[in-house]
Design a protein around this ligand. Structure first.
Ligand code: PLP
Length: 387
């Protein structure tokens, strides 16, 4: 096992990282091509090829490459015109980028609980809309704040597909936009029900992927906006490329952003995408290896994919329960001493300093999972001997 590919240091002490990239395909070849042809910056053939490959793979009509998952999400909110003093329903259990982008546009997050797959609980979202809001001429208004609720951001947490049937139903009923934060879930899809065959990220109005280094595929850093709406795609391209209205004459009618992906990043991203199905196969096999062993231990279980879906097996979550179980902090400390990198779930966002004053609704399960889950090493390159 080479350290370049797995991030695992060979030698006396074996460091087992949580999740590192596996660069075993055409990455080097494509990068050399960029250097040799001089296409290294924010336009180039690999950007086009990567966009087409992602849209083809996920079955999204349009894909626009951007600099990060965070900038993809920010762009999505801008495209949908979500603005100051409006509200967006978000899970409290997610990486903070999901929530920060709401602040970037001056809107307010309202924090929701999670279900047993760590995804936003659609039943509580519906309950919030019904009990705490009122529909006035098709606009959902939060009774407490008087602000309009414009959107919901389901996150496919750790790659587990969220319950999009319920989310799309309530979004339609309450006039909400749906932005799927599919940062962690490329390759995850539904296998039964209304969305059978559909990939996460392609069901809501806009979906956003991340290709950060810890994701199942990486472009070094990068993201993708996907949508079936040509106007949204055009707006994503325009806003992420400095809102150029007449490029030659530097004419700009709107505030734009430098959110483009470089050709170098896209070259790596494309090489990674070519390997994605193999990565998922390996990760699912490794997950089964863990699961069979962990589930034999009293008080331990792993979170498994929802019955209607195929999971990309991005991160592996072990749930500790039972009164004799030590706390997550103690477990992490003990495992870290073995030079094995494990992590808790994200700190709940309604408790983070920038968001403590924002509204939250009946959060219970997220607290329980935050206090009982650790994520264990899941890199593609790990082998049974490492586990
Ligand atoms: C759920 C979620 N949303 C958004 C992001 C942001 O993506 P990026 O790091 O590419 O900006 C990440 C990952 O980092 C994530 O895990």
């Amino acid at each position: 096992m080479s350290s370049r590919k797995t991030g695992v240091k060979m030698g006396k002490v074996r460091h087992l990282p949580l999740s590192v990239p596996y660069l075993g395909g055409n990455e080097e070849k494509y990068l050399v091509e960029c250097v040799k042809t001089g296409w290294v910056s924010s336009v180039g053939p690999f950007v086009d090829r990567f966009e087409k490959a992602v849209s083809g793979y996920c079955g999204a009509e349009h894909a626009v490459a951007v600099s990060a998952g965070t900038t993809a999400l920010h762009t999505a909110l801008l495209i949908l015109g979500i603005k100051e003093d409006e509200e967006v329903l978000v899970p409290t259990l997610t990486f903070i980028a999901t929530v920060n982008v709401v602040k970037y546009v001056g809107a307010h997050p309202v924090f929701m609980d999670c279900d047993d797959h760590l995804n936003i609980d659609p039943l509580k979202v519906r309950e919030f809309c019904e009990k705490k809001c009122v529909l006035r001429k098709g606009k959902l208004v939060n009774r407490r704040t008087g602000r309009r609720v414009r959107a919901v951001i389901p996150v496919h947490a750790l790659g587990f597909p969220a319950d999009m049937e319920k989310i799309m139903d309530l979004a339609e009923e309450f006039g909400l936009y749906v932005i799927e934060d599919a940062a962690e879930s490329i390759g995850s899809r539904y296998i039964s029900g209304r969305y059978a065959g559909k990939h996460t990220g392609t069901i809501g109005h806009i979906g956003c992927y991340s290709f950060n280094g810890n994701k199942i595929i990486t472009s070094g850093g990068g993201g993708m906006v996907v949508t079936s709406d040509g106007e949204y795609a055009r707006a994503a391209r325009y806003l992420s490329n400095q809102a150029k209205d007449a490029p030659v004459y530097f004419l700009h009618h709107n505030v734009g952003y430098n959110y483009r992906m470089t050709n170098l990043q896209a070259a790596v991203g494309l090489a990674q995408l070519e390997q994605l199905d193999g990565f998922i196969r390996t990760k699912r096999e490794n997950f089964e290896y863990y699961r069979k062993r962990i589930e034999k231990m009293a008080g331990l279980r792993m979170i498994i994919e929802p019955a209607n879906s195929f999971w990309n097996a991005w991160y592996y979550s072990v749930v500790f329960s039972g009164t004799k179980c030590p706390g997550v902090g103690e477990i992490i400390e003990a495992i870290s001493k073995e030079d094995i990198q494990v992590r808790p779930l994200w700190n709940l966002n309604h408790t983070q300093r920038p968001y403590m004053r924002e509204q939250k609704y009946r959060i219970k399960k997220a607290v329980e999972y935050f206090n009982s889950v650790i994520n264990v090493p899941c890199s593609i390159g790990i082998k049974p001997a490492d586990k």
